[in-house]
Write a protein that binds this ligand. Structure first.
Ligand SMILES: [Zn+2]
Length: 408
């Protein structure tokens, strides 16, 4: 992972590089960032940067060292604001196989074996980071098929960490332990206190968390806090266009709706081919204008698109309603100034505004509740035709007759 792979956060990247260059690196750092901020990829990029041969003034390509000391092309392009991405150290780091960079993350019992350790899941971990670097702990636990089991950083894992970190580093100057979700480390984490407080030389503990309230206070107090903001809407939109190759208007629309959460943005992008605004307009038209025959046709169509898309559509409608309520209560404040020039945001505001005239807040709240309930049933394999037909009828009553809400 390189800094350039982390969406936005230019200030934070500069701050980290500055800390490293000025030797102000604490040996225990806490990267605290909300879901979708990119705190984990940033931590991976930071470790790769610190260990990069080129950043440290060693040859970038150790397998082809120039005998005559010629300047290679790479040397000219390197500006040290990022790891080189090509040296041996970078290659190993990007594959998560560097012998001096260790990872701890929540895991579950695979069988009835007691106290699993993170490295038992290292293959999955590498795949997960390659595929979903912005994933959250839920995504990860799904990925390792934890089902309903609670993820955990176990006492045995703490012992493993102690063993690993006492070893001298093999190749790099710095040895890292990157611990993701220290929130899932229970009291057994106290075993690590001494190590974190007086670590062996050139050892860096990099904790990556979403919520500091759930971290052991004893550990928290021994770390240097680095707050990781969420990327801004402009950076998210640009990343979506570049990495996901979606069109500008749609990228801006998603960036406006994802609450600066890049994970959420990616999820919405998965269904980017679908123009939910049109689907929703059609639906509402059948409800308030065109009537039962059109409703049945619409329900037929939505029944065929599959559960994931149906959920995504309901989510879109929900977000729009929430946005409408925000517009109603906060007025112009709800419209982020950076979005004013965005045509799509205009159209979202316009649509939400018109919906506001159609329904009052209690009606909108009633619709939100029905949509949540519908998503819940879709997840449990409800028959989509029956579900959307009954939802259509409920919406009709909610929109046309307020008294029905009071009864239901
Ligand atoms: Zn490098």
């Amino acid at each position: 992972m390189q800094f350039k792979d982390v969406i936005g956060l230019e200030e934070t990247k500069k701050q980290l590089i500055g800390m490293f260059k000025k030797n102000r690196l604490s040996h225990a750092l806490l990267f605290l960032g909300k879901e979708g901020s990119g705190a984990l990829p940033l931590a991976l990029a930071f470790a790769q940067y610190i260990n990069c041969d080129k950043v440290n003034g060693r040859s970038a390509n150790s397998s082809a060292v120039s005998l005559f000391g010629e300047t290679t092309e790479d040397d000219e392009t390197n500006n040290e604001d990022d790891s080189c991405g090509v040296c041996l150290s970078c290659q190993k780091n990007s594959k998560l196989i560097h012998p001096d960079v260790h990872y701890s993350y929540p895991v579950v019992n695979r069988t009835d074996k007691k106290a699993p350790i993170s490295t038992e899941f290292i293959v999955e971990w590498r795949e997960f980071i390659a595929n979903q670097p912005y994933g959250n702990s839920y995504d990860w636990l799904q990925y390792i098929k934890a089902e309903n089991k609670q993820g955990n950083i176990t006492v045995k894992e703490c012992e493993e960490i102690s063993k690993k970190m006492i070893l001298k580093s093999f190749e790099a100057e710095y040895k890292f332990l990157i611990m993701w979700m220290p929130e899932m480390l229970g009291k057994e984490g106290n075993k690590l206190l001494k190590l974190i407080e007086e670590p062996p030389p050139n050892t860096v503990f990099l904790l990556v968390a979403e919520n500091d309230q759930f971290i052991l206070p004893t550990i928290l107090s021994r770390t240097q806090l680095i707050k990781i903001p969420n990327p801004n809407k402009k950076d998210i939109a640009e990343a979506l266009i570049q990495k996901k190759v979606i069109e500008v208007g749609l990228a801006k629309q998603i960036a406006a709706m994802c609450e600066q959460n890049y994970r959420e943005a990616l999820q919405q992008t998965e269904f980017a081919g679908d123009n939910w605004e049109v689907t929703l307009r059609d639906w509402l038209n059948t409800i308030v204008k065109t009537g039962p025959a059109a409703q049945v046709k619409w329900v037929e169509d939505i029944s065929k698109i599959g559960r994931e898309k149906q959920k995504q559509f309901l989510k879109y409608f929900n977000k729009l309603l929430e946005h409408g309520i925000r517009l109603r209560t906060m007025g112009d404040l709800a419209m982020d100034s950076s979005l004013h020039e965005n045509e799509n945001q205009h159209s979202i505001n316009d649509f939400a505004g018109r919906f506001n005239r159609l329904c009052d807040i209690s009606q909108q709240q009633a619709i939100i509740n029905e949509l949540d309930l519908a998503s819940y049933f879709i997840e449990r394999n409800a028959n989509p035709k029956i579900l959307f037909l009954s939802l259509t009828i409920k919406l009709y009553h909610i929109i046309s007759n307020k008294s029905v809400i009071l009864v239901s």
